[in-house]
Every structure is written in structure tokens, then in C-alpha cells.
Design a protein around this ligand. Structure first.
Ligand SMILES: Cc1cc2nc3c(=O)[nH]c(=O)nc-3n(C[C@H](O)[C@H](O)[C@H](O)COP(=O)(O)OP(=O)(O)OC[C@H]3O[C@@H](n4cnc5c(N)ncnc54)[C@H](O)[C@@H]3O)c2cc1C
Length: 526
């Protein structure tokens, strides 16, 4: 894997210096920017497209926090560990659940309006939560509310500058010290250098490496790929969460139907109209996501077809429509009524549990480089993320980064970098490459994997090695290169892990094995 995507000489590029640089404008990036602005006066956020073009904006179900009267951080901790299938980091998870409620309160102080009933939070339940602990907004538009609040907080903040249409290309690292980034200004179509002693990756996950995904187009694994190329450790890359209930209509986008729909009583039916989840798990439709995905795949294998059905027909239709206005509206565009119809659903790629390996303060193995949100892997999601823990993750570890960075004293390193020797990339059909990669990942590196399928994908990737010698001068090619790097990491680690655990299901190794109760950490030799 080459170090850089493009040829450049930093001395010839426009250079901007700032104290605190953040890549990405979802919950993780913007909350970090907001918090950092208390201590630094020149915080810069670079984001690939518009400020609100994020996975955060699409989040529906809610944000988990132990704020209910019968709940506690200890119970939230237990549920997170159980869902994580033996791979959660105990210390990081404890931080998530204990510091979470105060971070959520801060969001509320910033103006987030979570739904209430009789003056109290109207908490809902989702899979594998033993308590009602999910706060939601406007029924099923929680992410849009959080994005609205954080976007306006940073826009109004004179200490934060947000530069849209700025694409992180590569990290600039010398002697294991990160001193800045190379970015593509997509409006002026030029490379720029941003120099900063503190660099925070918050570029989200990598759902776009799959054909069927709930993730928006911007989520192409750029931060994870750039960090890996620069020598950062990545962890748990084989764990990709598939969401069990994603709209499966030919020609329609893979629109998520929130787990909260099952939390409020929605049930799953097979093609014979039988409710099947209770045969697989005592929590029925609210079993952990990996369990529900496996059950759906088994039903499909037994009964044939491409989807099962989600049904709310036994519930009060008025209440269903009021509780889930966004989903109701989206489905009605396809002639479906959430309250009364059988909704065809199938699993789709949703969340990357793995990512850039971080410590308890979002720090990486490269000094000055931090990561938070879906880009990072602090070990709190283990092998299978507990629903609605990811928005919380972005808040809590964004805050931890600021605590750590305040005491970080950068080492002086040479801040000049040159890359040369990459060949022109004319004539590549990037759209065809991207489509092939997504199809390969979907078919062989999806929710069910085998050594044979994974090896076939890795052989195809070997044939693509020449692409790494090409210069990626367009955002399309940069994205493809990042997707290729991340896809390869997922396939390689999925092949290494010869067991099934959490979201990683190997048909040829169906058992969970004690000796695999450990993480796979990869670092590129630089
Ligand atoms: C449909 C859907 C529903 C979900 N529902 C829930 C839910 O109810 N509860 C929950 O907890 N989680 C939910 N999730 C997961 C959760 O939304 C995400 O994990 C979380 O929002 C990730 O936040 P983030 O800030 O890490 O990344 P994102 O919100 O994805 O933001 C990433 C940012 O990085 C930018 N970026 C990417 N690449 C580059 C680059 N090269 N250069 C510059 N910028 C870049 C993007 O443009 C974007 O601004 C849902 C996810 C989806 C897709």
C-alpha cells in the first residue's frame, strides 16, 4: 500500500496553520470543535461536502444514555458488553456510559429538543437494551436534530471555521508525529496544506464499500484509509454491523427502518407470515443486531426470497404514524403504509465497529493524531455495537480528545513533505471499479463469509495493486482508493479471524472460539 494518493511538494502548496484541526462535520467532528473552542481560538473543521452531509444527519432511532429512573450507567455498561460479544474494552465502555448523560445534557443546553412525555424524556427501547434508555427527537429524526444544533453552534462560534468541500487526502507525519494534512479544495480544484499540532479524524465509517448500505455517499472510509497509510494502527476491521431492517424494494434506496420500530412493538414475519424471532432468541425482535441478521438470513435460506417482512399492523395506526413521521413519509413515497402494510426488509451494511485504534482519550499511536466517532475504534462496540451507542460515542470521545490535547506538547519535527513517482491515472473507469468493489464486498465479505470467498476477493485486490501506483487527482479516484484500502483491511482481517463472533459470521467456522477473544491490530510498515 503506497503512502500517498498524489504527488506533491508541500513547499509549493498554499499552507494554512491553525491550532486545532478536525476532519469531518458529523456529531464527532462538530462536538469536538465546539468543545475545543473553549480552549483554542482557531479551530478549523474541513468537511468533504456540505456541513450537514453526514451519517449523523440520517440517524433515526436515537441516542442511548442512562437517564431514566430505573436505569443506571452500570446497567448500560452490562448491556453494551453483552452485545459486544466478548470484545468490548471495559475501561472505554465505562467512560462511555458514565460520561454519556452529562454530554447529552450539554446537547440539550445547546438547544437539542428530545421528545418528552408528561415532562419526562420519552425513552424508547432498542435491540439488546434491557431498559428504555434511548432519547429521540421529532419521533424518528434524532440525527437531524443533533446535526441542526451542532451545525448552528459552530457556525455562530467565531473561534471555529468550517471549510466545506475540503477533502482530506492524506495525513502529514514525520517520525510518528502528525503535523498536518493534505486536503483537496474541491471548489478551487487545488491541493492545500493545513498545518496543526492537533489533528482529529472524524470522517465517519465506511458503509459505501458495500453495495447495499444505509450510509450516505460521503461515508467511504477516507479517514481510516489515510490513517492506515500514514502508519496509524487500525483495530477490529473485520467487524461490520449489518442492520437487520433496511427497506428492500427493487429500485429504491436502502432506507433504514429504525430499530425503535421494533422497540415499539414491530414484529418480523417470514414469507409464510410466521413470526420467527422468538425461535432464535428470548428477546425476540429485540435480540442483538447480529442475532436478528443471522435469523433473517436463515429464514431466507430456508424459505427463499430476498426479504422478510416488518409488521406493525397489530398496533394503533395513529400512534405509529405519530411516533415515526419520517419513516412513514419515506415509505409512503413507495406506496407503503408503515402502520398497516407488510414492509419488505433485508440486512444492509450499517456501521463499522473497527477503525483507527484509539486509547481512552481518542489518542492514536501517532502523536498529535486523534480519532473519534465511527472512524475510531476505542473498543466500546466490541464485535457488535449496541444500538444507539454510536451517537453517544461521538460526543463522549470528542470531549475526551479535548481533555487530552490540552496537555499535549508537540515535538518539533520537520514540516516539509514530498511525494513523487505516482503515474498519471488517465483512462481508468472509476465508476466500474467502484461498482465491482461494492459487489465483491457485498457478496463475499458481507454478513456471511467463507475462506474461499474472502480469498477470491483478496486475489482480485492483488490484481488491482497497480492502481496504487496511479495518482488519484480527482475526488472520485481518491474515494475509490480509500474504499479499496479499507475493503482490503476488512477482507484480510475477516480471513484471519477463523471463528464466528458478533457481526463476523464465518460459515466455515461457525463456533465462537475462546482463543479468538482478542483483537486484530494492523499497522502498515512505513
Ligand atoms: C441511516 C442511519 C441511521 C442511524 N441511526 C442511528 C441511531 O439512531 N443512533 C445511533 O447512535 N447511531 C445511528 N447511526 C449511526 C450513526 O449515525 C453514526 O455512527 C454517527 O453519526 C457517526 O458520526 P461521525 O461524526 O463519526 O460521522 P458522520 O456523521 O458520518 O460524519 C462524517 C463526516 O466526515 C466527512 N468526511 C468524510 N470523508 C472526508 C474526507 N475525506 N475529508 C473531509 N471530510 C470527510 C463527511 O463529509 C462527514 O461530514 C445511524 C446511521 C445511519 C447511516
Amino acid at each position: 500500500m503506497g503512502h500517498f494518493l498524489v504527488n506533491f511538494d508541500t513547499q509549493e502548496l498554499e499552507t494554512t496553520a491553525c491550532a486545532f484541526l478536525i476532519l469531518g462535520s458529523g456529531i464527532a467532528g462538530l462536538y469536538t470543535a465546539h468543545t475545543a473552542s473553549r480552549f483554542w481560538s482557531d479551530v478549523v473543521v474541513l468537511t468533504k461536502r456540505g456541513i450537514d452531509d453526514t451519517a449523523t444527519e440520517r440517524a433515526q432511532g436515537g441516542i442511548a444514555a442512562a437517564v431514566g429512573p430505573s436505569d443506571s450507567p452500570a446497567l448500560h455498561y452490562e448491556d453494551t458488553l453483552t452485545a459486544g460479544a466478548g470484545l468490548c474494552d471495559a475501561a472505554a465502555t465505562r467512560i462511555l456510559v458514565t460520561e454519556g448523560p452529562a454530554r447529552v445534557e450539554e446537547l440539550i443546553r445547546l438547544g437539542a429538543r428530545f421528545d418528552r412525555a408528561n415532562g419526562l424524556f420519552d425513552l424508547t427501547r432498542e435491540g439488546a437494551h434491557t431498559r428504555r434508555r434511548i432519547l429521540h427527537a421529532a419521533g424518528d429524526a434524532t440525527g437531524a436534530e443533533i446535526q441542526r444544533v451542532l451545525s448552528s453552534a459552530v457556525r455562530e462560534n467565531p473561534r471555529v471555521t468550517v471549510l466545506e468541500n475540503h477533502f482530506l487526502v492524506d495525513l502529514l507525519v514525520k517520525d510518528d508525529v502528525c503535523w498536518g494534512v493534505l486536503a483537496w479544495d474541491a471548489v478551487r480544484e487545488k491541493l492545500r496544506v493545513f498545518r496543526a499540532p492537533v489533528v482529529v479524524l472524524a470522517t465517519g465509517g465506511a458503509g459505501q464499500v458495500y453495495r447495499d448500505t444505509t450510509n450516505p455517499g460521503v461515508v467511504t472510509g477516507d479517514g481510516v484509509a489515510a490513517a492506515y497509510r500514514a502508519g496509524a494502527e487500525v483495530m477490529d476491521m473485520e467487524f461490520v454491523q449489518f442492520h437487520p431492517t433496511v427497506l428492500a424494494l427493487r429500485g429504491a434506496p436502502r432506507f433504514l427502518i429504525s430499530e425503535a420500530v421494533r422497540g415499539e412493538g414491530g414484529i418480523l414475519l417470514n414469507s409464510k407470515g410466521e413470526r420467527f424471532m422468538l425461535r432464535y432468541h428470548h428477546l425476540g425482535e429485540l435480540a442483538p443486531r447480529d442475532v436478528v441478521v443471522r435469523a433473517i438470513l436463515q429464514e431466507l435460506a430456508a424459505e427463499g426470497g430476498e426479504y422478510v417482512y416488518l409488521s406493525l399492523a397489530h398496533l394503533d395506526p395513529q400512534k405509529v404514524r405519530e411516533r415515526f413521521p419520517t419513516i412513514t413519509r419515506r415509505l409512503s413515497a413507495y406506496g407503503l403504509d408503515l402502520a398497516t402494510d407488510l414492509i419488505p426488509v433485508a440486512p444492509a451494511a450499517h456501521y463499522l465497529m473497527g477503525g483507527v485504534k484509539t486509547g481512552l482519550y481518542g489518542e492514536t499511536n501517532l502523536k498529535g493524531l486523534y480519532a473519534c466517532g465511527e472512524t475510531a475504534c476505542a473498543g466500546i462496540h466490541g464485535a457488535n455495537r449496541l444500538a444507539s451507542n454510536s451517537l453517544l460515542d461521538g460526543l463522549v470521545f470528542g470531549g475526551k480528545i479535548v481533555e487530552h490535547a490540552r496537555f499535549y506538547r508537540p515535538e518539533a519535527v520537520e514540516t516539509v513533505a514530498v511525494s513523487e513517482g505516482l503515474e498519471p491515472a488517465e483512462g481508468l473507469d472509476v465508476a466500474a471499479l467502484r461498482a465491482e468493489l461494492k459487489a465483491l464486498m457485498q457478496e463475499q465479505v458481507g454478513p456471511v463469509r467463507t475462506a474461499e470467498g474472502l480469498q477470491a476477493v483478496l486475489r482480485r485486490f492483488e490484481e488491482w495493486e497497480y492502481l496504487r501506483r496511479k495518482e488519484a487527482r480527482t475526488p472520485e479516484l481518491m474515494e475509490f482508493r480509500n474504499m479499496f484500502d479499507v475493503a482490503e483491511l476488512i477482507a484480510e482481517t475477516a480471513l484471519m479471524r477463523t471463528e464466528s463472533r458478533g457481526a463476523h459470521l464465518r460459515a466455515d467456522y461457525p463456533e465462537t472460539r475462546e482463543r479468538w477473544k482478542r483483537h486484530i491490530i494492523l499497522r502498515r510498515q512505513v
